[in-house]
Design a protein around this ligand. Structure first.
Ligand code: FA5
Length: 346
C-alpha cells in the first residue's frame, strides 16, 4: 500500500507545517501546495490509475478523509490567526479607563463641560427634536449681514442699540448678535424652513452683573406660509418648559427691533438666592422675539407676500444665570476654578 503510506505522510507533513504558520496568506499557500491542482495530494491521486481495484476502494475514502481533515485544519488556523490579529489591535488601542481615577488620585481634577456649552447643547437637542436645523456663522461679519439685511440701514439710530467693535476698514465688525445667522440661513435655503444658530457675540459695553462684552446667544427662525404669533409663543414656552422642567413665570411685552414687526420682549421671573428681593431679582430680559419684518425677508431673497415667519434671540449666559441662580454673569467667564468646578459633572 505504497499510496496510502504516502497519503498519510502528506497529512503528517501538513500538520507539522501548519503549526508553524502565523500569517493567513502562508496558510492559504500551504493549502494550495497540498490540495491545489498541482498539489502533493492531487499528484498522488493521479497515480491511482496504476492501483488495483481493491487498492482503489481503500485509497478513495482514505484520501477524502485526509482532504477533509486538511480543509478543517486550514479553516481553524485562519480563524485563530484572525482572532489573534483582533486581540493585538485591541491591546494596541486599549483605552485606559482607570486613567481618570489615577489622575484624580494625583490631585488633578477631571475637566467638565462649561455650563454655557452644556445649555447650548441641551437647547440644540430640544430644537432638533422639533425639526429645526442647527446653523453656524462667522464671528467676523460685514455690515450687510449684521445690520443692512436686518433692516438697519447705515444712518439708522438702531445701530447704536448695540455698541460695535469695528475693524479699522469700518466695513467689518465682530458680530453684535446671532441675527446674522438669520441672513445666512435665508441665503442658503428656500422656505419653508426652521433653524437655530448658537454662538458668541461681541459688544463694546461696560460689564456689570448682567452684561458681558463677549457673551452667547442662540438665534431661532421659522419661515413658511401662515406662521403666527401663536406658533412663536408655543415654541418659546416649550423651550423654557424643557429647560426648567416646569412652567416658568414669563411676561411678554412690546419690544422694538428693526428686524421684527411686531416685536416682543419675553422676560422671565428671576430670584437671586437668599432672602427676599434684591436689586438682582425680578424680571430678567431673556428672549426678544417677533414676526420677521418683510424687508428682512426681501433682503434674504424671500417673497414676503407669500411667506412670513418668526425669529428670536436667546441670551444663553443669562439663561444659565437663571437656571443655576448665579448672581453675577462675570463669574461665567472669570476662569475661576472654584466657580467652574461646581459644574464639572454637567
Ligand atoms: C438682540 O441681540 C436681537 N438680535 C435679538 C432678536 C432676535 C430680537 C430675533 C428679535 C428677533 P438684544 O440686544 O436684546 O437683542 O440681546 C438679546 C439677548 O441677549 C438679551 O435678551 C439678553 O439675554 C442677552 N444680552 C444682551 N446683551 C447682553 C450682555 N451685554 N451680556 C449678556 N447677555 C446679553
Amino acid at each position: 500500500m505504497e499510496i496510502l503510506k504516502k497519503l498519510e505522510q502528506i497529512h503528517k507533513d501538513f500538520e507539522g507545517e501548519i503549526e508553524k504558520l502565523s500569517k493567513q496568506a502562508d496558510v492559504l499557500n500551504l493549502k494550495a501546495n497540498v490540495l491545489g491542482k498541482k498539489g502533493s495530494l492531487s499528484e498522488i491521486l493521479k497515480s491511482l490509475k496504476d492501483a488495483t481495484p481493491e487498492e482503489r476502494k481503500e485509497i478513495g475514502p482514505a484520501s477524502n478523509s485526509i482532504k477533509q481533515k486538511i480543509e478543517q485544519a486550514v479553516l481553524a488556523k485562519l480563524q485563530s490567526i484572525e482572532l489573534e490579529e483582533i486581540n493585538q489591535q485591541l491591546a494596541k488601542n486599549r483605552i485606559d479607563i482607570s486613567l481618570r481615577d489615577s489622575l484624580m488620585m494625583d490631585g488633578l481634577k477631571a475637566a467638565g463641560v462649561h455650563p454655557v456649552s452644556a445649555i447650548q447643547r441641551e437647547i440644540e437637542d430640544i430644537f432638533i427634536s422639533m425639526g429645526f436645523d442647527v446653523l453656524d456663522g462667522p464671528h467676523i461679519e460685514d455690515d450687510f449681514h449684521n445690520f443692512g439685511a436686518l433692516n438697519i440701514p447705515e444712518t439708522h439710530p438702531a445701530r447704536d442699540m448695540q455698541d460695535t467693535f469695528w475693524f479699522k476698514d469700518m466695513k467689518h465688525l465682530l458680530r453684535t448678535h446671532t441675527s446674522t445667522i438669520q441672513v445666512r440661513g435665508m441665503e442658503s435655503r428656500k422656505p419653508p424652513f426652521k433653524f437655530v444658530g448658537p454662538g458668541k457675540v461681541f459688544r463694546c459695553e461696560r460689564t456689570d452683573a448682567t452684561h458681558e462684552m463677549c457673551f452667547h446667544q442662540l438665534e431661532g427662525m421659522m419661515v413658511g406660509e401662515n406662521i403666527t404669533v401663536g406658533n412663536l409663543i408655543y415654541f418659546m414656552k416649550t423651550l423654557l418648559k424643557e429647560i426648567f422642567k416646569k412652567d416658568m413665570e414669563v411676561r411678554l411685552r412690546p419690544g422694538y427691533f428693526p428686524f421684527v414687526e411686531p416685536g416682543f420682549e419675553l422676560d422671565i421671573r428671576w430670584k437671586k438666592p437668599g432672602k427676599g428681593e434684591s436689586k438682582h431679582s425680578g424680571w430678567l430680559e431673556l428672549l426678544p422675539c417677533g414676526m420677521v419684518h418683510p424687508n428682512v425677508l426681501r433682503a434674504g431673497g424671500i417673497d414676503p407676500e407669500k411667506y412670513n415667519g418668526f425669529a428670536f434671540g436667546l441670551g444663553l449666559d443669562r439663561l444659565v444665570m437663571v437656571k443655576y441662580m448665579i448672581e453675577d454673569i462675570r463669574h461665567l467667564h472669570s476662569g475661576d476654578l472654584r466657580f467652574n468646578s461646581q459644574f464639572s459633572m454637567i
